[in-house]
Design a protein around this ligand. Structure first.
Ligand code: PMP
Length: 452
């Protein structure tokens, strides 16, 4: 097959870049200095940049394209749906939406049997919180520092990372607590077991001091993603579940990034044997081919809305094109055993290789993850764990490491002092190994910045 890029496509890409700089307002950026990368073509685990250079996509486009790019089954499903019905209002029944809801409900754990569709992750978080508030009649929401829950007003307030600082108003009822994070423990823990015990004691203190009868929900990314892919220590989420039950608080698992196979299970909570009351999803549900998100709702919360209207909705809720893409994506993931493959890639290839990086590169402070969801945390000094870029910021050193990875033909996802290894769940083994070889070489550059 032709993997090259035509002159016409490159010319169109150059024109697109000019128009972008003139008219497109980009998220999370100072508009002036921003130099976005043009992508003129995508296929499988490859993307082609504005010069026509082919790169291995180790980012999955914000941990989104779990099935890779341009999967033929999904492209065909979108085309077929478009030829049939492009759009209907949310109150009407549509085959694609009904089928998507069934496929999702069959895969979510426990009694999360009812699906409310949204356009993406932030609005899924906002609706989940609203449902929890209406169900409990309480208003407060507990969320973790070092978390990311979305860019709309309430979701960004709930977010526990510095991106909320510029928009930190009207956050009525939002209370942040310290998460369990063994590598940078806030509790001085030296083992994961200690971290679990201390983080749970802190969380219970927070609940008691905030007044449980006012707390509607606790929201947690099952494996915090953007904040560093730090999987919870053993027993932590089971402890959260128990505390939520003790105080009548709704447990919302935010699986916008960790869901749909990313961790080697359909949903990340399955790794920890817990079932939340509400579970938010987006991204991997249809690999982002058409915008879609949603909330999976337990039978008990569903009962609250059996006779009482849920006063919330979206014109595009369960949009047929997005739902058809979800049906085809979940079908392809199932038939091609992508979830099992993600588990294998983590266990056989990514995990061992990252451990090797840690053993040989003094700049690697910590490596962690599961499935196709891993982070490498870079430090200037292993003793002090001084990060190679401050939390919430960048640094010339990190920029140089990331530039070296890109120059060698790999598109990484990096945040602050971390390089995330988040390929498609179906990336061919040899491509993944090739990409990890590139990261390995770039870490040698990082080693040069180590001071301690
Ligand atoms: N929750 C989590 C855990 C996320 O990772 C994200 C997006 N990265 C969101 C919510 C927000 O999703 P969206 O950007 O689709 O609104």
């Amino acid at each position: 097959t032709d993997t090259g890029v035509s002159q016409e496509l490159l010319e169109a890409g150059r024109r697109a870049y000019e128009l972008d700089r003139e008219h497109v307002f980009h998220s999370w950026q100072a508009q002036g200095p921003f130099k976005p990368m043009t992508i003129v073509k995508t296929e499988g685990s490859y993307v082609w940049d504005g010069e026509g250079t082919r790169m291995i996509d180790l980012s999955s486009q914000l941990v989104n394209t779990n099935i890779g790019h341009q999967h033929p089954r999904v492209v065909a499903a979108i085309q077929e749906q478009a030829a049939q019905i492009c759009t209907i209002a949310p109150q009407h029944v549509n085959t694609a939406r009904s089928e998507a809801a069934r496929l999702i409900a069959e895969r979510t754990p426990g009694d999360l049997n009812h699906i409310f569709f949204t356009n993406g992750g932030a609005d899924a978080v906002e609706h989940a919180v609203r449902m929890a508030r209406l169900h409990t009649g309480r208003h407060k929401v507990l969320s973790a520092y070092r978390s990311y829950h979305g860019g709309t007003q309430l979701a960004v307030n709930i977010t526990g990372d510095p991106r909320r600082f510029d928009s930190d108003y009207s956050s009525e009822g939002v209370v942040h607590f310290m998460p369990a994070y063994t590598y940078r423990s806030y509790f001085g823990s030296e083992t994961p077991e200690q971290e679990t015990e201390r983080a749970l004691r802190h969380l219970e203190d927070m609940m008691v001091l905030e007044g449980p009868k006012n707390i509607a929900a606790i929201i947690l990314e099952t494996v915090p993603g953007t904040a560093g892919i730090y999987a919870p220590p053993p027993g932590y989420l089971a402890g959260v579940r128990a505390l939520a039950d003790r105080y009548g608080i709704i447990y919302i698992a935010d699986e916008v990034m960790a869901g749909f196979g990313r961790t080697g299970q359909w949903f990340a909570v399955e790794n920890y044997d817990v079932t939340p009351d509400l579970l938010t999803f987006a991204k991997g549900v249809n690999s982002g081919y058409v915008p879609l998100g949603g909330v999976a709702i337990s039978d008990a919360i569903f009962e609250t809305f059996r006779d009482r209207a849920y006063q919330g909705g979206l014109t595009y809720s369960g949009h047929p094109l997005a739902a058809a893409a979800a049906v085809a994506t979940i079908g392809a993931m199932t038939d091609e055993h992508m979830v099992e493959n993600a588990e294998r890639l983590g266990r056989e290839i990514i995990g061992p290789r990252l451990q090797e990086f840690k053993a040989k590169h003094p700049s690697v402070g910590d490596v962690r993850g599961l499935g196709c969801f891993w982070a490498i945390e870079l430090v200037k000094n292993r003793e002090t764990r001084e990060p190679m870029a401050a939390y919430g910021g960048s640094s010339p050193e990190m920029n140089q490491v990331v530039a070296a990875i890109k120059a060698a033909g790999v598109l990484p996802f990096n945040n602050f002092n971390r390089i995330h290894v988040v390929p498609a769940l179906n990336i061919p083994d040899e491509l993944l190994i090739q990409a990890l070889d590139v990261v390995d070489r770039a870490l040698t550059i990082a080693d040069g910045f180590v001071t301690g």
